[in-house]
Design a protein around this ligand. Structure first.
Ligand code: SIN
Ligand code: CO
Length: 388
């Protein structure tokens, strides 16, 4: 993708300008990011999803049994029947993993790395409905899907920002408004992490939140060191051969710290392992149980594809690729596989193609390594046959 082409999704600025001036820094309102946008899912269908066992959903009632009452799904069929006329909202997580048309919307965000995208949450709200003034720790694009929503934005927040006392929701005690807009279908508001925002429905409205994934520093350290330690033998230990005699046996001297730092640097600085861990971590599925593989032999795979079968990415799978030294590595739903450099175009194809079939896959199926890769991805569940 050419980063210097003006994009309608970004209100006519280029990806390069967006990344330089707005991404992670300041909000951007885009009128008609998608013109004539029609929500690919109706409010009724969204409510239907909230009944499903594997779907995460929440209902927030501003004037419920107590202020800002939170009810968690999955809901019973009659859960929506007794709700008040107004001031409530239903939020459904990761709709892109259940509705292919919602997943397709993510094609519009190709100006950002796909592995940074977390999910598409969709909310339906009655007039006055919202989740209160709050901030999130991740970037979000709020795309208006149906009806109208008034968005107010405020101050930059952090962990010390005062919150209302509320067991389940993080609602800001103070909201210092700086701007406000009413969004209609196709309009989009980008918000950087930690910016206070407050959305309320003007009428029955649906809002799509495209949220991003960024591990906290604490997660990076705990998960990477956990990963690293699998490769370290027990006999590799703190060692102090050649140490100077201690002037006081109770003192931990500075040179011990230097030895420790050298031990840490040696392992923490291993770029191969760091890349492997990072790719695996960033492609971990939100719902791993939905990436279920199938047993399949090489002959069966070839036969099916030769007979016209098509492979698609499992909606819950996450794919990315990278270079590690001379080799390539494919990350698929939390796993990684080292591959030779000759497979570069196949990796790009697998990550980006809507469907894989005889026509685009053909030449690769004749290659041992390529064929085996496709087979393993089907067995692992990241790829699946289109009609399954
Ligand atoms: C909503 O869609 O009501 C909430 C989205 C958000 O503020 O993050
Ligand atoms: Co938010």
């Amino acid at each position: 993708m050419n980063p210097d082409i003006p994009l309608q999704m970004l209100g006519g600025i280029t990806a390069r300008e967006f990344l330089r001036d707005y991404w992670q820094k300041k909000p951007l309102l885009v009128r008609q990011a998608i013109s004539d946008f029609e929500s690919p899912i109706s409010a009724d269908e969204l409510a239907g999803l909230a009944l499903e066992e594997e779907v995460e959903s929440r209902l927030v009632l501003e004037h419920g049994e107590r202020p800002w009452e939170l009810r968690r799904g999955p809901f019973e069929e009659d859960a929506f029947a007794d709700l008040p006329e107004r001031d409530w909202t239903l939020l459904v997580q990761a709709v892109d993993q259940f509705v292919p048309e919602v997943a397709e919307l993510l094609q519009n965000f190709r100006f950002l790395p796909s592995w940074r995208i977390d999910d598409v949450m969709i909310s339906f709200a009655t007039p006055g409905g919202g989740v209160g003034p709050h901030f999130d720790n991740y970037d979000v694009f709020l795309l208006q899907g149906q009806g109208h929503r008034r968005w107010k934005i405020g101050q930059m927040c952090d962990a010390d920002s005062p919150m209302l006392e509320h067991a389940d929701l993080r609602i800001l005690a103070n909201f210092e408004q700086t701007d406000e807009w009413v969004l209609e279908p196709g309009d989009m508001l980008y918000l950087p992490p930690r910016l206070a925002h407050y959305g309320t429905a003007e009428d029955d409205c649906m809002t799509y939140s495209v949220g991003f994934r960024a591990p906290s520093a604490a997660e990076v350290l705990t998960h990477f060191t956990d990963f690293l330690s699998q490769f370290l033998p027990d006999e590799e230990r703190y060692s102090d051969a050649g140490t100077a005699p201690a002037s006081d046996p109770h003192q931990i001297q500075r040179d011990s710290l230097d030895r420790l730092k050298a031990l840490l640097n040696e392992h923490m600085g291993d770029e191969r392992l760091l890349m492997t861990w990072f790719g695996q971590f960033m492609t971990e599925p939100k719902y791993p149980e939905l990436v279920a593989g199938t047993e399949l032999s090489e002959e069966e795979l070839l036969e099916q594809i030769e007979n016209g079968a098509m492979l698609v990415r499992n909606l819950s799978a996450r794919l990315a690729w990278s270079e590690v030294g001379e080799d390539l590595v494919l990350f698929a739903s939390g796993q990684s596989r080292l591959l030779s450099a000759s497979l570069r175009e196949l990796l790009k194809l697998i990550c980006s193609a809507d469907v894989l079939h005889m026509e685009n896959l053909g030449q690769w199926l004749a290659d041992d390594e390529g064929r085996n890769l496709v087979l393993e991805l089907v067995k692992q569940g990241s790829l699946e046959f289109a009609d399954e």
